[in-house]
Design a protein around this ligand. Sequence first.
Ligand code: ATP
Ligand code: SF4
Ligand code: MG
Length: 348
Amino acid sequence: MTDDRARVTTPAEEPGVVLDVRDAVRHYALRRRSLREPRRSVHAVDGVSIQLRSGRTLGIVGESGCGKSTLGRLITGLETPTTGSVKVGADGTPAAVASGSGTVQAVFQDPASALDPRMRVRESIGEALGRVGKDERERRVGEALAAVGLTSEFGSRYPHELSGGQQQRVCIARAIVDEPDLILLDEAVSSLDASLQAQILDLLERLQRETGTAYVFISHDLRAVRQVSHSVAVMYLGQVVEQAPAEAFDRGLLHPYAVALRSTEPQILDDEADPIERIVLRGEPPSAVNPPAGCRFAPRCPIVDDHCRRIAPDLVEAASDHLVRCHKPGELSLSGVARTGAGMPAEA
Ligand SMILES: Nc1ncnc2c1ncn2[C@@H]1O[C@H](COP(=O)(O)OP(=O)(O)OP(=O)(O)O)[C@@H](O)[C@H]1O
Ligand code: SF4
Ligand SMILES: [Mg+2]
């Protein structure tokens, strides 16, 4: 470690913490068409705090535009927060400083565009190792290939000579080869078919058991997120609205948006013993440029009232490890429409 890096490094406050996001905000200023026009900005990430320990997976789920990838870019240090802090690694290094150091790696949706078409597989993977001797590079690249289930023969291929699933395995091999503390997976299995998805998710779980690497798993697909995550954060318009252990997603969700998201998962619609009503949300999410003053979910919430429209709820601990941002947590449940009777009828 260089002296420069040592100066900006502060030890993580709790042992085992490899990601510490504190009140992170990322706004993008929009260009004004004239000087008289008020300044406006996109509130892509608006006050997110999360912590993750080694060997654990945090899932992040929410519909398109809610800020998942922006949060991912803050975590990988590709962007810096407008305010707040993002620290990664066992020694709590600011993400922007750690970027490129091997502490945090990323795997994205489209493996074909993530791999340089002119590089052989072994060069792509070896590049992530930085400066190491030839023999060590060869050994570690071979180990990474084996870890993702590819024989050494694949090392001499070019990306176009691989299937989509094999390309994504190479991206994962490149992410793990330098033994990072944390890997960000942003829609990493979304473009793969169901059986390949299952293979890659199994592979990630096995690698985590063997190496203790922590994952942040971003997806719009709640089912995939629940399958691999220990804990899941549901985002809505730049904020976490519910964060809970994955088990809570079976029945114990408290936020109306999280409940609605969960209710549309296809495999639970046939659960005849304890039927789940499908909650169909009407309307588009409000713009991240002008979030509503009160609760951001109010324009679409089936149980909204005047208080919700006026006062923004805080994220509070409803139970151990279970956070929710709602004035009426649990009033809309998976077993039916709200206890208050004010819910929205289900639609087939
Ligand atoms: N560089 C940028 N400049 C302006 N606005 C941006 C920029 N990057 C993202 N945004 C906006 O920030 C919001 C969050 O975008 P982000 O890509 O993080 O969403 P996402 O949850 O990853 O969506 P998806 O599921 O479609 O990938 C969106 O409203 C988006 O238009
Ligand atoms: S605060 Fe009100 S509008 Fe917002 S999610 Fe809760 S019940 Fe719905
Ligand atoms: Mg995204």
